[in-house]
Every structure is written in C-alpha cells, then in structure tokens.
Design a protein around this ligand. Structure first.
Ligand code: KG4
Ligand code: ZN
Length: 365
C-alpha cells in the first residue's frame, strides 16, 4: 500500500546496470556501464573480461543510480532486486553478491528477478506512453527479441507465461551481431545498431535472401539458415567485386547487404507474429508488446506497428483494434530499470516478499 521504491541491479551479460524505480513507474535514478569497448576487438562477449568489468563498475553504478534518486544509500529504498538468470554465471554472481550484501546490510526484502520476465514486464511500466497510452493489462502477447532469446509469449500474469513459439536455432540479435561481423561493422555491445544504421542507406531488394520457415505453420523462429545464406551472399558479392581477402566491401554494398538482411529477418518476424496475433485474437488479446534488445530497431517497430494496425482493421466484428507497446529504445537492451520494475510487479502481488537476503527464484514456466 502506498508508493514504494526498488533498487534493481543487472549484470547478466555485458551491461552493468542499476536503477531506482518507484512503484508508479517513475524512474528516480538510473546508471549503466556498457562494455562495448572491451569486447569490440574480440567480436563477441568474453565472459572473463565481462566479469572483471562488472566487478570494477558495480559499486560506482549502484552509487550513481542511488545518488540520482537523491538517496545517500540503499537504506532509503524499500527493496533490492537483481537478475539471477539466465545469463553468464560468473557475471550474474557479481550483481547477486552486491544485491545480497545491500539487502542484508539494510535489512531490505531481496527480490530475485528472471531476466526474460524483466524484459517483458518493462512493457507494463507505462514508459512507452509517448502516445499517451495506458500500459497493457494482462493478458497480452509479447515478442521477446534479444541477443540470447527469440520468443512469442502469452503473458497472463506476473510469472505466468505460455511460450507460443521460440527459436529452433539462433536468436535474432545473435544474427544481427553475426551480420555486423561479416560486414566489418562495429560489434561491441551488439552489432544490431550498426547494421540498422547502415541499412538506412541501402536497398532491401538488392540481395534477395530466403525467408525462413515460410511453409512451417507454427510460431517458431529460425535464423541459422538466413545467417548462412547471408554469409554466402557476402562471399559472392566479394567475388563479383574481385576483392582481395582483407579488402573492405564498398560502402554501397555494405548498405545494400545490411538492408537486405534486415528486410528478410523482419519479414520472418512479421510472418510469425501475424500467426500469434491471430491465435491470441481468438482469446480476446489486443496488445502486442515488443521487448528485448532488437526492439530498439526502428524498422522492427515500424513494421510490427503496421502489422498491429492492419490486424485491427481486418476484424469485421468491431473491437478488433490491436496496439503495439514498445519500451523506449534505450531501455530495450539490458538495464537496471527493467529489473527494478519487474520486482515492483512481484512485490505488489506478493509473489516475492522474502525476508532480507532470502532468495526467491522466479522462473518463466
Ligand atoms: O536484450 P539485450 O541487451 O541482451 C540479451 O538479453 O540478449 O539484447 C542485445 C541484442 C544484441 O544482439 C544487439 O545486437 C541487439 O540486441 N540490438 C539490436 C539493436 N540494438 C540492440 N538489433 C537490431 N537493431 C538494433 N537497433
Ligand atoms: Zn537481455
């Protein structure tokens, strides 16, 4: 009863994040240290280096989030939350140790947060309300697209998710990262933003790529085949241009390749989401939340937004309008805000009201 505040901590991969969020959805303080520069030259996240960076940054980031909230210490929040998984074990441990220590020191409830639940729940924080829309009530459909995951979920309550579909091989974010590497674009902190930027100047029809699983009538995803086709297309383009092994592709070709990949990848997303929308429509659902790192992509937002608008129009019986909810782009990738908010939701319905330091593992079933 009454507003309360939660400190959320995230260290599951390559972002050290912390935030103080109030139960009405107001972000009081947030801080983030991205390890972009550290992993850049390795072309992917190196767990040992990631752990080291978390250890170096965690105290500073937590202090910065608290300070921005006008708090001298964690004594002033009402609960401490942390991502307990899934993620890189040695990285998760850094955040968990910090959160446990703070919860014990200040005798605060400790809330263990599932990383995927945090991405999804953020859609309910009312932050994407640039259009003045109310946050989605349960049940809603969620598309979770990140570096590690690609899922369609029917979200029926806190901790109550049905998986409608998932990837049979790679996640979409992973494919974006691979494409960035093949095109020689910066990959630290994820290659998605660089691919998106290049694609803006490119022709999406320049290099036609096969759309995955067009004949599979389910809600699953597959990106391994597209990744492979893309690699062969790049090799062919290099051969046609008679480039030597270490010569960079010309900017125009990079832009066209990036745009072509993005087009095929999003077309696959659309086809699966359209099926999930039809499935959920029959169950009275009218909201699609798009969450996870790839939801930061403007093309993904635009095309799925259009899909939702069209889904509403097709319904002849009225009450058909679908709407899309997407968190602000900076909060689509890993951060402390989503962890704190997810804990607000859990505390509010009493799913987790553990005593200080006691761990409560909440899993997506
Ligand atoms: O959610 P996230 O930070 O980490 C995981 O939980 O996996 O997602 C990171 C992923 C990376 O693969 C990154 O390339 C992708 O999200 N990503 C994007 C964009 N921004 C981040 N992909 C496409 N377009 C973007 N603008
Ligand atoms: Zn994530």
């Amino acid at each position: 009863d009454g507003p309360f505040t939660v400190l959320g901590i995230e260290t599951s991969c390559d972002d050290t994040g912390a935030a103080v969020v109030r139960s009405d959805g107001t972000i009081l303080g947030e801080a983030l240290a991205s390890q972009q520069d550290i992993h850049e030259k390795w072309g992917g996240v190196v767990p040992g280096l990631a752990r080291e960076a978390h250890v170096n940054e965690i105290d500073r980031i937590v202090a910065a989030a608290l300070a921005q909230a006008g708090m001298a210490s964690a004594a002033q929040v009402d609960a401490v939350a942390v991502t307990v998984g899934p993620g890189l074990e040695i990285c998760l441990r850094v955040g968990c140790e910090k959160a446990k220590a703070l919860a014990l020191e200040h005798a605060k409830p400790f809330v263990a947060v599932h990383h995927l639940e945090a991405h999804v729940m953020l859609a309910r924080a009312g932050l994407g309300a640039e259009e003045g829309l109310a946050p989605p009530a349960f049940p809603f459909l969620a598309l979770l697209v990140s570096g590690g995951h690609c899922q369609l979920l029917l979200c029926e309550g806190v901790g109550r998710f049905s998986i409608l579909g998932g990837t049979v091989d790679d996640a979409l974010g992973e494919a974006f990262d691979k494409v960035a590497r093949l095109l020689g674009l910066p990959t630290g902190g994820g290659g998605g933003p660089a691919v998106e930027r290049c694609a803006r100047a490119g022709d999406p029809r320049a290099y036609p790529l096969p759309i995955p699983m067009v004949h599979k009538k389910d809600m699953n995803f597959s990106y391994a085949g597209l990744k492979n086709s893309f690699r062969m297309t790049v090799e062919r383009a290099r051969a046609e241009l008679a480039l030597s092994a270490d010569a960079p592709l010309p900017d125009g070709a990079v832009a066209d390749l990036a745009a072509s990949f993005q087009h095929a990848a999003i077309t696959h997303l659309e086809q699966r989401v359209r099926r999930a929308v039809a499935h959920c429509h029959a169950r009275g659902v009218r909201t699609l939340a798009v969450v996870g790192g790839v939801a930061a992509n403007a093309q993904v937002r635009a095309r799925l937004g259009a899909l939702c608008a069209a889904a509403g129009e097709r319904d002849g019986e009225g009450g058909g309008a679908w709407r899309m909810v997407v968190p602000p782009a900076r909060l689509c990738t890993d951060n402390g805000v989503m962890v704190a908010w997810s804990a607000v939701e859990r505390l509010r319905c009493g799913v987790s009201n553990a005593a200080a330091g006691q761990e409560v593992y909440a899993r997506v079933p």
